[in-house]
Design a binder for this molecule. Structure first.
Ligand SMILES: [Fe+2]
Length: 360
């Protein structure tokens, strides 16, 4: 087979295993060349005052910013944080470290680039629009599933659209996959984020862009998700397994794509500000026609893990909101192209998408 030529950039350095977070200090030290050099730490504010905050190797002239992730990452907030960092010192930071779930890592990836590129992050939403490499970026997940630690996109909600800044410079330079950091996450949050990974694998495997390269990562990722959420195999280390599943799921999406579920999930997040993981679950719940086996197993996973999915979420949505969700979803052409093929416009209409939303 000859595939569309794509030349991917990967994470430069990665470490995996319990306690690898303890090496962050020595990793950052290699980037600190003078006493003026400083780092910016972005930490999910759920860890404020907690043990993890105290473990951060923050030096006297570093900047620590707490990130509230109640809302999905916004271009406006990226710009605001970038300005705050630029005002903090006369010189640019030598590195930025994002510690949290997908939202914090996406902020860290976006700000890394926006420190070295002028204007608003909204003008770079799209493919290969960033001109200058960002500053050194470390991503450290405290929730497993989004694949943000390895993906070449940072998904942002802008004034006009929810779309990633996607380019080589988006990929973090360094990641630390420490399963110790994901233990203790609230069960629902852990489940919904884990399902993001499961859905990445299902969508990656069912579509027209898939190939043996993406399949290899997606199949293993799917198997690992099933072992944690469905089979509950005794004696497994779920935190370790999910962390690797997330990484593999992210990698599977480089050569493949997400599909119908993510397209709908983006619409839900954009208009109703529902978090990515939950939005994906709400959409997936209605997609048995597209992913029969995946959705059947998803229902079993909900039951086995005692998760009650909110129902009738769009019941009170206005016609205008439904239209906006459907249009946002329809506009994600690459996802439809992967899911339904080049002639996808003959297979799905905006009205059909509106109907799907009304069922959510
Ligand atoms: Fe996702």
């Amino acid at each position: 087979m000859i595939y569309d030529f794509r030349n991917f950039k990967g994470v430069e350095n990665f470490a995996f295993g319990r306690g690898c977070f303890n090496h962050l200090d020595s990793i950052l030290d290699k980037k600190r060349n003078s006493s003026e050099d400083f780092m910016v730490f972005l930490l999910d504010d759920v860890f404020k005052g907690k043990a993890l905050e105290k473990r951060l190797p923050v030096k006297h002239n570093d900047l620590l910013i707490f990130i509230n992730v109640k809302d999905e990452p916004k271009t406006k907030e990226v710009d605001r944080l970038r300005d705050e960092i630029l005002q903090f010192s006369k010189q640019l930071p030598v590195g930025i470290i994002g510690i949290g779930g997908g939202s914090v890592m996406d902020y860290s990836k976006a700000i890394s680039m926006m420190i070295t590129n002028p204007g608003s992050s909204a003008q770079y939403q799209g493919l290969d629009l960033i001109k200058n490499p960002g500053i050194f970026n470390v991503c450290i997940p405290t929730l497993a599933g989004t694949g943000a630690e390895v993906s070449m996109t940072t998904v942002l909600t802008g004034p006009e659209k929810k779309l990633g800044i996607k380019c080589d410079y988006t990929v973090p330079n360094q990641i630390l996959l420490d399963p110790e950091l994901t233990q203790g996450a609230p069960l629902e949050q852990r489940f919904f984020t884990g399902m993001d990974c499961y859905i990445h694998a299902v969508e990656s495997l069912s579509g027209t862009w898939k190939n043996p390269f993406s399949d290899a990562f997606a199949q293993k990722s799917l198997e690992m998700c099933r072992s944690v959420f469905l089979d509950h195999e005794p004696g497994i280390d779920a935190d370790e397994i999910l962390m690797v599943a997330s990484y593999l799921g992210g990698l599977s999406l480089t050569y493949s794509q997400v599909g119908v579920c993510h397209a709908l999930g983006y619409g839900l997040s954009y208009v109703l500000d529902i978090h990515h993981g939950l939005a994906g679950c709400l959409a997936f719940n209605q997609l048995e026609d597209y992913y029969p086996q995946g959705v059947k197993d998803f229902h079993k996973m909900l039951e086995k893990n005692n998760i009650k999915l909110p129902l009738n979420v769009c019941k009170n949505a206005t016609d205008e909101q439904i239209r906006k969700m459907a249009q946002t979803t329809y506009n994600l052409e690459h996802m439809w192209d992967h899911a339904l093929g080049k002639d996808w416009k003959n297979k799905i209409t905006i009205e059909q998408i509106e109907d799907l939303f009304r069922r959510i």
